[in-house]
Design a protein around this ligand. Structure first.
Ligand code: SAH
Ligand code: SF4
Ligand code: F3S
Length: 437
C-alpha cells in the first residue's frame, strides 16, 4: 500500500485528527493522493454529533464499497473518528467492505494497524482508547502553513443531555503545558503565525495535571513564544468562563478578542434540562462583564432548537437572547436524537416540522443582526493576518482579530504578514477594505 486519501466530517478536532493520521502515514512512507480514485487506502474520519452527519458518512461509505466491488479494485477502507468509536466492530458486520476501524484515542496505533491489515488480511478494529494518548508525540501533517490547530485536551466531562461527545471522546484529559509549548515553538520555527487551541471545553484545561496550570496560565505561556502572532481557542463553556480568562484576553496582546460561547437556548427550563448549569441571566451577565473589559470582543454562539419539551414560550426566549446579546455569528441546529444520551428519554419530543420552522426563524432573525454587526466595522482600521489570494482571485484575503474575513487589494508577498486595513464595505459573510500602509 502506497497512497492514501482522507475524507473528514465533523469538527475542528476531527480535521486536526486527520492531519495527525496523515502525519503518521507519511512518516511510514505513504503518500497522500488527491482523490479517492488515486488512493489505495481511503480513511473516512467520521462525526456522530447529529443524525445528518451520520447519514453523510453512510452514503459515502456506500459509494466506496461500490467502488471497491467494481472491477475488483483493491482499496483498503478505514473508518476513524466518532462513528468508529460508537459502532466499533459492528461496522464490519454492517458493511463487510470495511477493513480497519480506529477510534479517536487510538490514532497513535494507526501505522501498526495498517501493517497488520496489509495484503488484505482480516479486518482490524481498535477502539479501546489508549490511556496515555494525550502524552504521546504524534507526527502532524498540517494542511495550512500559517495557521495551526493545537490540541490542548481531549474528551469532555460535561454530559450535556443531548450530546454524544462524552461517550465517544471519553473523559477530559489535558496535555502537559511543556508538550504544548514545545509544539507551539516548533510551529513558530517553521513559520506558523497563528495557533488555535482546541478542546471541547478549554476553560477547564489543566484539571488533573500534577502541577497545576489553568487555561489563562497556558495562554500566558503561549504569549511568550516568539514568532507566534495570534492565539485563538475553541470552545468555551459559559459556566467556566472565568474572570481570569477575561483578563487574559484583555492583557495578552497575542490573544485575539474573539470567543465562541455556545448558549444553546434562552430558556432556563430548557437549559436546566440540557444540564448546561447556567441560567440565561448568568449568561447575559458573563457577556456583559466580557464586553465591559474587552469592548471590541467578537462573540459567536451555538443554538439548538426543538430540544425535547421546548414550548413556544421557551423558543421565544431563545429569540429574545439572540436579540439581546447581538452575536456576530451563530451556528444553529435542530435537536437530533443521539444514542445513549439522556435527552432521548425526556418527554415531549418536538415534531420535525416545528423544529424546521423554529430553525428558519432563528436564521432569519440572526441574518439581520449579523449584517448589522458587520456593517459596524465599516470605517474602522483592522489588523489583518494576510492568508493569501482570495478564492475568486484578484484580491488578497485575511482575517481580523475578531476572525472576520476581509478582502482587499495588495501584492502576494504580503502573505503571512500583519497589515492594517481600513474597512470600506460589509457583506453577510465578509468585509472588504483598503490596505493602509
Ligand atoms: N464542546 C462544544 C461543542 C460541541 S458540538 C460545546 O460544548 O459547545 C457543537 C455543537 O453541536 C453544540 O454546541 C451544539 O449546539 C450542537 N449539538 C450537539 N449535540 C447536538 C444534538 N444532539 N442535536 C443538535 N445539535 C447538537
Ligand atoms: Fe457536548 Fe456539552 Fe461536552 Fe460540548 S460541553 S462536547 S455540548 S457534552
Ligand atoms: Fe463530531 Fe466527534 Fe467532533 S461527534 S463534532 S467529530 S467530537
Amino acid at each position: 500500500m502506497k497512497s492514501f486519501h482522507i475524507i473528514t466530517f465533523g469538527c475542528q478536532m476531527n480535521e486536526h485528527d486527520s492531519e495527525r493520521m496523515s502525519g503518521i502515514l507519511q512518516s511510514q512512507g505513504l503518500v497522500p493522493a488527491a482523490t479517492v480514485d488515486d488512493a489505495e487506502m481511503v480513511i473516512l474520519n467520521t462525526c456522530s454529533i447529529r443524525e445528518k452527519a451520520e447519514q453523510k458518512f453512510y452514503s459515502e461509505l456506500g459509494r466506496l464499497a461500490h467502488l471497491k466491488g467494481r472491477d475488483g479494485k483493491r482499496i483498503t477502507i478505514a473508518v476513524a473518528g466518532c462513528i468508529a468509536q460508537q459502532e466499533g466492530k459492528k461496522l464490519l458486520s454492517r458493511t463487510p467492505s470495511v477493513d480497519l476501524v480506529i477510534g479517536p484515542s487510538d490514532i497513535a496505533r494507526l501505522s501498526d494497524m495498517v501493517a497488520q491489515q496489509k495484503d488484505g488480511g482480516r479486518p482490524v478494529v481498535e477502539t479501546g482508547g489508549d490511556p496515555e494518548y494525550h502524552h504521546k508525540p504524534v507526527p502532524v501533517a498540517r494542511t495550512d502553513g500559517l495557521k495551526a490547530w493545537v490540541s490542548i485536551m481531549y474528551g469532555c466531562d460535561n454530559f450535556c443531555t443531548y450530546c454524544v461527545v462524552p461517550y465517544l471522546r471519553g473523559r477530559e484529559r489535558s496535555r502537559l503545558p511543556r508538550d504544548i509549548v514545545a509544539e507551539i515553538q516548533g510551529l513558530a520555527d517553521r513559520g506558523y503565525r497563528e495557533i488555535t487551541f482546541l478542546g471541547q471545553n478549554v476553560n477547564s484545561y489543566g484539571k488533573g495535571l500534577e502541577s497545576a496550570c489553568s487555561f489563562p496560565a497556558l495562554l500566558r505561556l503561549a504569549q511568550e513564544v516568539d514568532g507566534i502572532e495570534r492565539i485563538r481557542f475553541v470552545t468555551s463553556h459559559p459556566r467556566d468562563l472565568s474572570e481570569g480568562l477575561i483578563s487574559a484576553i484583555r492583557d495578552l496582546p497575542k490573544v485575539c478578542e474573539s470567543i465562541h460561547l455556545p448558549v444553546q437556548s434562552g430558556s432556563d427550563r430548557v437549559l436546566a434540562s440540557m444540564n448546561r448549569r447556567y441560567t440565561s441571566d448568568e449568561y447575559r451577565d458573563k457577556v456583559q462583564r466580557l464586553r465591559n473589559v474587552v469592548p471590541s470582543v467578537s462573540l459567536t454562539t451555538d443554538i439548538i432548537v426543538g430540544f425535547p419539551g421546548e414550548g413556544d414560550e421557551d423558543f421565544a426566549m431563545t429569540l429574545q437572547i439572540l436579540q439581546d446579546v447581538q452575536f456576530d455569528t451563530i451556528f444553529a441546529f435542530k435537536y437530533s436524537k443521539r444514542p445513549n444520551t439522556r435527552a432521548l428519554d425526556l418527554p415531549k419530543h418536538v415534531p420535525e416540522k416545528v423544529k424546521e420552522e423554529r430553525l428558519e426563524q432563528v436564521f432569519s432573525l440572526q441574518k439581520d443582526i449579523t449584517l448589522l454587526k458587520n456593517r459596524r466595522h465599516v470605517g474602522t482600521l483592522q489588523e489583518v493576518l494576510v492568508e493569501g489570494e482570495s478564492r475568486k482571485g484578484g484580491t488578497l484575503t485575511g482575517r481580523t482579530r475578531g476572525n472576520m474575513a476581509v478582502n482587499f487589494a495588495g501584492t502576494r508577498h504580503l502573505k503571512g504578514s500583519l497589515v492594517k486595513v481600513r474597512i470600506t464595505a460589509a457583506g453577510p459573510n465578509s468585509l472588504s477594505g483598503e490596505l493602509c500602509e
